[in-house]
Design a binder for this molecule. Structure first.
Ligand code: ARG
Length: 489
């Protein structure tokens, strides 16, 4: 439709190569809404007549309901929709729809509208998953387990503490998306191809009709920039990386060797050949899909880094990284949420795991510190105790009075007293004495749970408000469109 300056039609292979039609179905509805807002604005600013506007809007309403993905020789959804409008509304009216805009501001608009919706959906799903983690933490406040560093037992902890740690990481993800929304929710419409237009359009008006908070003002910036896409995909990569770590923990914990948790059957797969298998495929796919999302982010950044300012067709390829990313984010969060709700926590196994190790060592050393012994000396004494115990495959509790005595070199503590301290320190007492803010201490769990519950409510309220703002704006737009169409005859 646009090739009057050029000789010859595109051959099929070249058209297929150039066309983004197959990637554009995702934004077709946004493109129509954008065109309706633009048309209303053209009419309200006396750039086109009421009759012309009504014809265009009517045609767009019909296209909304049609399946327009069929084969066409349009290069993209913008050309296809415009050609359909011209077909339905006639050249005289339909030919005016593209006044004072360009596909360059149009495609930027469509992508922003799509990501805006996706961010709200992701925030909603994140809120739900975090809420599940907090509920699960509340149920597991008393479940004692070893905490690991280097995959070696480090300290005694609580399962709730772990769950709250994931919740806090996901809160940061939630906040990253939540804040990015403000940078996405700005309208590029009316920027034209790159430098604006002489036609007296009202950019603020189209922005408002489409529910945007304001404008991407500079027309070069509005049509060139895709940093909001890079930001969205960056946030997506970080979120997936967090989910992937959680998946890895759960995969290890669901092995027969650990058996800390058991996944519900419906979140596992079996083997075509080994009948006994119960594999954590869903969690493995969270890891696998994380790699994919990181790849999409790389694709976008490497697309952008060498482009000159102004629209360049390379930008078309960015879209293919966005749509699947959103799909992966939402499906991952939904699956993780249900998996958490149905997983069994093996309280006994978690508690037993501590008995085989020496994760109360630091607690003993701190008990010595409380007796006035310098930490470095306390560390040495307990280190020696663990060495003796481990060499004789005993627990610290089972060490004889003589063994205990052998680690004291300069009378800094009485052997009997040390023996008593060793006997008194248990995983349970360790958690009673743990006091620092954010620690595994029992009292800290309850405080963090209450605090995080309030945080979820705040984000949920904000996300709902934003979703409603967009919905109401689009309802008003629809109302205005219908009014004009009704008056047509
Ligand atoms: N199909 C293009 C894209 O997705 C739309 C913009 C085309 N603009 C242009 N001047 N060729 O990015």
């Amino acid at each position: 439709m646009y090739r009057s300056r050029l000789d010859g039609k595109l051959d099929d292979i070249t058209l297929e190569f150039l066309s983004s039609i197959s990637d554009d179905s995702v934004i077709a509805q946004y493109d129509i809404l954008g065109s309706q807002a633009h048309t209303l604005m053209l009419f309200e600013n006396k750039i086109i007549s009421k009759q012309e506007a009504a014809k265009i809007l009517h045609a767009l309403e019909k296209i909304k309901k049609e399946n327009i993905s069929e084969k066409s020789d349009a290069e993209d959804i913008h050309e296809l929709i415009e050609s359909l409008v011209i077909k339905k509304a006639g050249k005289d009216a339909g030919g005016k729809m593209h006044t004072a805009r360009s596909r360059n501001d149009q495609v930027a608009l469509d992508i922003r509208m799509k990501i805006r919706d996706d961010i709200n959906t992701v925030c909603f799903c994140l809120n739900q998953t975090i809420e599940t983690l907090i509920d699960l933490a509340a149920k597991n406040e008393h479940v004692i387990m070893p905490l690991y560093t280097h995959m070696q037992q480090a300290q005694v902890g609580l399962f709730s503490h772990f769950l709250l740690a994931y919740a806090d990481a996901l809160f940061r993800d939630l906040d990253r998306f939540y804040v990015a929304y403000g940078r996405v929710n700005e309208s590029p419409l009316g920027a034209g191809p790159v430098g604006g237009t002489s036609i007296p359009i009202d950019r603020q008006h189209t922005a408002k009709l489409l529910g945007f908070k304001g404008l991407i003002e500079n027309s070069i910036d509005a049509t060139t920039s895709r940093d909001f896409v890079a930001e969205y995909l960056g946030n997506a990569s970080i979120l997936m990386t967090n989910l992937s770590r959680m998946a890895e923990d759960f995969i290890i914990w669901s092995t027969s060797e650990f058996s800390f948790i058991e996944l519900a059957d419906k979140f596992t797969s079996t083997s075509s050949v080994m009948p006994q298998k119960k594999n954590p495929d869903v969690l493995e796919l969270i890891r696998g899909k994380t790699s994919q999302v990181i790849g999409y982010q790389m694709a976008v950044l490497s697309n952008l880094k060498g482009l000159p300012s102004g629209y360049n067709r390379d930008l078309q390829q960015i879209k293919v990284s966005i749509w699947p990313t959103s799909k992966i984010l939402v499906s991952s969060l939904l699956v993780v949420n249900s998996l958490l709700k149905t997983m069994k926590v093996n309280e006994k196994k978690l508690r037993q795991a501590i008995d085989g190790g020496y994760s109360i060592s630091l607690d003993i050393a701190e008990a010595l510190v409380r007796k006035g012994i310098p930490f470095r000396n306390a560390h040495k004494i307990v280190g020696n105790l663990v060495q003796i115990a481990s060499n004789s495959k005993k627990s610290l509790l089972a060490l004889s009075a003589d063994a205990v005595k052998s680690v004291i070199h300069n009378n800094e503590i009485d052997a009997k007293e040390l023996h008593k301290i060793i006997q008194s320190v248990t995983p349970e007492s360790s958690l009673e004495t743990r006091k620092s803010q954010g620690s595994s201490g029992k009292h800290e769990q309850q405080r963090m749970i209450d605090n995080r519950k309030r945080k979820v409510q705040a984000y949920m309220g904000g996300t709902n408000k934003r979703t409603n703002e967009v919905r109401s704006a689009l309802e008003v737009l629809n109302h205005n469109v219908m009014l004009l169409i009704k008056n047509m005859n």
